[in-house]
Design a binder for this molecule. Structure first.
Ligand SMILES: [Zn+2]
Ligand SMILES: [Zn+2]
Length: 250
Protein backbone atom coordinates (compact mmCIF):
# COMPACT_ATOMS: atom_id res chain seq x y z
CA UNK A 1 0.00 0.00 0.00
CA UNK A 2 2.01 2.90 -1.28
CA UNK A 3 0.86 6.06 0.44
CA UNK A 4 0.11 9.08 -1.76
CA UNK A 5 2.44 11.52 -0.04
CA UNK A 6 2.02 14.42 -2.39
CA UNK A 7 -1.72 13.84 -2.77
CA UNK A 8 -2.23 13.92 0.99
CA UNK A 9 -0.88 17.44 1.11
CA UNK A 10 -2.50 18.36 -2.17
CA UNK A 11 0.72 19.38 -3.89
CA UNK A 12 2.44 18.24 -7.06
CA UNK A 13 5.52 16.03 -7.02
CA UNK A 14 7.79 18.91 -7.90
CA UNK A 15 6.50 21.17 -5.11
CA UNK A 16 9.14 23.40 -3.55
CA UNK A 17 9.77 23.23 0.21
CA UNK A 18 8.00 26.58 0.41
CA UNK A 19 4.90 25.17 -1.30
CA UNK A 20 4.95 22.11 0.96
CA UNK A 21 5.12 24.31 4.00
CA UNK A 22 2.23 26.45 2.82
CA UNK A 23 0.08 23.42 2.01
CA UNK A 24 0.80 21.86 5.37
CA UNK A 25 0.05 25.05 7.31
CA UNK A 26 -3.24 25.45 5.54
CA UNK A 27 -4.31 21.88 6.31
CA UNK A 28 -3.06 22.05 9.88
CA UNK A 29 -5.14 25.15 10.52
CA UNK A 30 -8.26 23.32 9.34
CA UNK A 31 -7.57 20.01 11.00
CA UNK A 32 -5.80 20.82 14.23
CA UNK A 33 -7.55 19.11 17.19
CA UNK A 34 -8.03 22.45 18.94
CA UNK A 35 -9.98 23.74 15.98
CA UNK A 36 -11.66 20.62 14.73
CA UNK A 37 -12.49 17.98 17.33
CA UNK A 38 -13.99 15.50 14.82
CA UNK A 39 -12.22 12.12 15.02
CA UNK A 40 -11.76 12.02 11.24
CA UNK A 41 -10.10 15.43 11.34
CA UNK A 42 -7.71 14.26 14.04
CA UNK A 43 -6.93 11.17 12.03
CA UNK A 44 -6.21 13.30 8.97
CA UNK A 45 -4.20 15.78 11.01
CA UNK A 46 -1.97 12.94 12.17
CA UNK A 47 -1.58 11.67 8.64
CA UNK A 48 -0.92 15.11 7.19
CA UNK A 49 1.63 15.90 9.91
CA UNK A 50 3.43 12.61 9.42
CA UNK A 51 3.50 13.06 5.66
CA UNK A 52 4.75 16.62 5.97
CA UNK A 53 7.48 15.53 8.30
CA UNK A 54 8.68 13.05 5.72
CA UNK A 55 8.48 15.39 2.73
CA UNK A 56 10.17 18.26 4.56
CA UNK A 57 13.20 16.06 5.17
CA UNK A 58 15.20 16.01 1.90
CA UNK A 59 16.64 12.56 2.63
CA UNK A 60 13.24 11.01 3.34
CA UNK A 61 11.67 12.83 0.43
CA UNK A 62 14.24 11.23 -1.83
CA UNK A 63 13.10 7.81 -0.55
CA UNK A 64 9.49 8.66 -1.31
CA UNK A 65 10.43 9.72 -4.83
CA UNK A 66 12.11 6.35 -5.24
CA UNK A 67 8.81 4.67 -4.41
CA UNK A 68 9.47 3.83 -0.76
CA UNK A 69 7.04 4.46 2.08
CA UNK A 70 9.00 5.64 5.13
CA UNK A 71 5.82 5.78 7.23
CA UNK A 72 5.01 2.13 6.67
CA UNK A 73 5.89 0.47 9.99
CA UNK A 74 6.49 -2.85 8.27
CA UNK A 75 9.32 -1.34 6.24
CA UNK A 76 12.39 -1.64 8.44
CA UNK A 77 12.31 -0.51 12.07
CA UNK A 78 10.65 -3.76 13.17
CA UNK A 79 12.25 -6.65 14.86
CA UNK A 80 14.48 -4.94 17.37
CA UNK A 81 11.79 -4.72 19.98
CA UNK A 82 8.60 -4.20 18.06
CA UNK A 83 6.64 -1.04 18.62
CA UNK A 84 8.76 1.49 16.76
CA UNK A 85 6.12 2.19 14.15
CA UNK A 86 3.41 2.75 16.72
CA UNK A 87 3.71 6.47 17.20
CA UNK A 88 2.17 8.25 14.24
CA UNK A 89 3.86 11.50 15.27
CA UNK A 90 7.31 10.04 15.14
CA UNK A 91 9.69 12.51 16.66
CA UNK A 92 7.74 15.44 15.35
CA UNK A 93 6.33 16.56 18.68
CA UNK A 94 2.73 17.68 18.55
CA UNK A 95 3.67 20.16 21.26
CA UNK A 96 5.92 21.94 18.80
CA UNK A 97 3.09 22.44 16.37
CA UNK A 98 0.63 23.50 19.04
CA UNK A 99 3.07 25.92 20.60
CA UNK A 100 3.89 27.38 17.27
CA UNK A 101 0.32 27.79 16.09
CA UNK A 102 -1.34 28.74 19.28
CA UNK A 103 1.18 30.91 21.00
CA UNK A 104 2.44 28.26 23.35
CA UNK A 105 -0.73 27.95 25.39
CA UNK A 106 0.28 26.79 28.82
CA UNK A 107 3.91 26.84 27.80
CA UNK A 108 4.83 30.24 29.11
CA UNK A 109 4.81 31.77 32.52
CA UNK A 110 5.31 28.63 34.51
CA UNK A 111 8.01 30.09 36.64
CA UNK A 112 10.33 27.99 38.73
CA UNK A 113 9.03 24.73 40.04
CA UNK A 114 9.16 24.14 43.73
CA UNK A 115 12.22 22.36 44.98
CA UNK A 116 9.99 20.56 47.44
CA UNK A 117 7.91 17.87 45.73
CA UNK A 118 5.90 15.02 47.18
CA UNK A 119 7.91 11.81 47.37
CA UNK A 120 7.26 8.83 45.14
CA UNK A 121 5.30 5.83 46.27
CA UNK A 122 6.77 2.41 46.76
CA UNK A 123 4.78 -0.56 45.56
CA UNK A 124 5.62 -3.71 47.45
CA UNK A 125 4.30 -7.15 46.68
CA UNK A 126 3.29 -9.33 49.63
CA UNK A 127 2.29 -12.97 49.49
CA UNK A 128 -0.30 -14.18 51.94
CA UNK A 129 -1.70 -17.54 52.81
CA UNK A 130 -5.39 -18.17 52.37
CA UNK A 131 -5.91 -17.97 56.14
CA UNK A 132 -4.13 -14.62 56.30
CA UNK A 133 -6.36 -13.28 53.52
CA UNK A 134 -9.43 -14.27 55.49
CA UNK A 135 -8.38 -13.16 58.92
CA UNK A 136 -6.14 -10.19 58.09
CA UNK A 137 -2.54 -9.95 59.24
CA UNK A 138 0.13 -7.51 60.24
CA UNK A 139 3.37 -7.91 58.31
CA UNK A 140 6.75 -6.38 58.91
CA UNK A 141 8.07 -5.19 55.55
CA UNK A 142 11.61 -4.06 55.00
CA UNK A 143 11.99 -1.39 52.30
CA UNK A 144 14.88 0.43 50.70
CA UNK A 145 13.68 3.99 50.79
CA UNK A 146 14.65 7.62 51.29
CA UNK A 147 14.26 9.35 54.62
CA UNK A 148 14.57 12.97 55.69
CA UNK A 149 18.16 14.06 56.24
CA UNK A 150 18.52 14.72 59.95
CA UNK A 151 21.52 17.00 59.49
CA UNK A 152 19.69 19.67 57.50
CA UNK A 153 16.07 18.66 58.19
CA UNK A 154 15.46 18.40 54.47
CA UNK A 155 16.62 21.88 53.44
CA UNK A 156 19.77 20.50 51.79
CA UNK A 157 21.81 23.44 53.12
CA UNK A 158 24.79 23.10 55.41
CA UNK A 159 24.65 24.88 58.76
CA UNK A 160 22.70 28.13 58.65
CA UNK A 161 23.22 28.73 54.93
CA UNK A 162 20.23 29.23 52.68
CA UNK A 163 19.45 28.63 48.98
CA UNK A 164 20.26 31.59 46.73
CA UNK A 165 18.63 32.78 43.53
CA UNK A 166 20.07 31.08 40.45
CA UNK A 167 22.24 33.44 38.38
CA UNK A 168 21.71 31.64 35.07
CA UNK A 169 17.94 32.11 34.97
CA UNK A 170 17.55 34.90 37.55
CA UNK A 171 15.25 32.64 39.54
CA UNK A 172 12.77 32.01 36.72
CA UNK A 173 13.69 28.34 36.54
CA UNK A 174 13.77 28.31 32.74
CA UNK A 175 15.91 29.64 29.97
CA UNK A 176 14.56 30.74 26.61
CA UNK A 177 16.05 30.19 23.21
CA UNK A 178 14.92 31.31 19.80
CA UNK A 179 14.79 28.70 17.07
CA UNK A 180 14.09 29.05 13.40
CA UNK A 181 11.49 26.63 12.16
CA UNK A 182 9.20 26.30 9.20
CA UNK A 183 6.80 28.65 10.95
CA UNK A 184 9.35 31.39 11.43
CA UNK A 185 10.94 32.17 14.75
CA UNK A 186 9.80 30.08 17.68
CA UNK A 187 10.75 30.89 21.22
CA UNK A 188 11.12 27.80 23.33
CA UNK A 189 11.71 27.58 27.03
CA UNK A 190 13.47 24.74 28.75
CA UNK A 191 14.30 24.09 32.38
CA UNK A 192 17.39 25.96 33.51
CA UNK A 193 20.37 23.57 33.41
CA UNK A 194 22.09 25.24 36.36
CA UNK A 195 19.29 24.95 38.89
CA UNK A 196 17.32 22.18 37.11
CA UNK A 197 14.26 24.43 37.00
CA UNK A 198 14.12 25.23 40.69
CA UNK A 199 15.11 28.87 40.33
CA UNK A 200 17.46 28.60 43.27
CA UNK A 201 20.73 26.88 44.00
CA UNK A 202 22.29 25.64 47.21
CA UNK A 203 25.68 27.35 47.56
CA UNK A 204 26.78 25.27 50.54
CA UNK A 205 25.19 21.82 50.35
CA UNK A 206 24.64 19.71 53.43
CA UNK A 207 27.51 17.23 53.73
CA UNK A 208 25.36 14.33 54.78
CA UNK A 209 22.84 14.39 51.92
CA UNK A 210 24.77 16.39 49.31
CA UNK A 211 21.95 18.96 49.11
CA UNK A 212 19.24 16.40 48.37
CA UNK A 213 17.52 16.87 51.70
CA UNK A 214 17.09 13.14 52.01
CA UNK A 215 19.26 10.09 52.47
CA UNK A 216 18.78 6.48 51.44
CA UNK A 217 17.95 4.10 54.22
CA UNK A 218 16.39 0.74 54.89
CA UNK A 219 13.26 0.95 56.97
CA UNK A 220 10.97 -1.63 58.43
CA UNK A 221 7.32 -0.81 58.11
CA UNK A 222 4.53 -2.57 59.87
CA UNK A 223 1.75 -3.14 57.34
CA UNK A 224 -1.68 -3.96 58.66
CA UNK A 225 -3.57 -5.95 56.06
CA UNK A 226 -7.32 -6.07 56.66
CA UNK A 227 -9.31 -9.30 56.46
CA UNK A 228 -10.97 -10.18 53.15
CA UNK A 229 -8.24 -9.09 50.71
CA UNK A 230 -8.10 -10.70 47.29
CA UNK A 231 -5.34 -11.23 44.77
CA UNK A 232 -4.01 -7.97 43.36
CA UNK A 233 -5.57 -5.66 45.94
CA UNK A 234 -3.54 -2.74 47.19
CA UNK A 235 -3.33 -1.48 50.74
CA UNK A 236 -2.26 2.12 51.03
CA UNK A 237 0.08 3.09 53.85
CA UNK A 238 -0.02 6.88 53.85
CA UNK A 239 3.21 8.80 54.50
CA UNK A 240 5.32 5.64 54.44
CA UNK A 241 6.82 6.08 50.98
CA UNK A 242 9.95 7.94 49.96
CA UNK A 243 10.80 11.37 51.22
CA UNK A 244 11.32 13.49 48.10
CA UNK A 245 14.31 15.65 47.14
CA UNK A 246 14.11 18.89 49.07
CA UNK A 247 12.55 17.06 51.99
CA UNK A 248 9.07 16.84 50.42
CA UNK A 249 6.40 14.80 52.18
CA UNK A 250 6.56 11.02 51.90
ZN1 LIG B 1 18.43 28.51 37.04
ZN1 LIG C 1 21.14 17.10 54.56
Amino acid sequence: MARDYYGTLGVSRDATPEQLKRAYRKLARELHPDVNPEPEAQERFREVSAVYEVLSDPEKRKLVDLGADPLDPSAGMRGAGGGMGGDPFGGFGLGDIMDAFFGGGGGGGRGPRSRVQPGSDALIRVELTLEECNSGVTREISVETAVLCTSCSGSGCAGDSRPTTCDTCSGRGEVQSVQRSFLGQVVTARPCPTCRGFGEVIPDPCQKCGGEGRVRARRTISAKIPPGVADGMRVRLASQGEVAPGGGPA
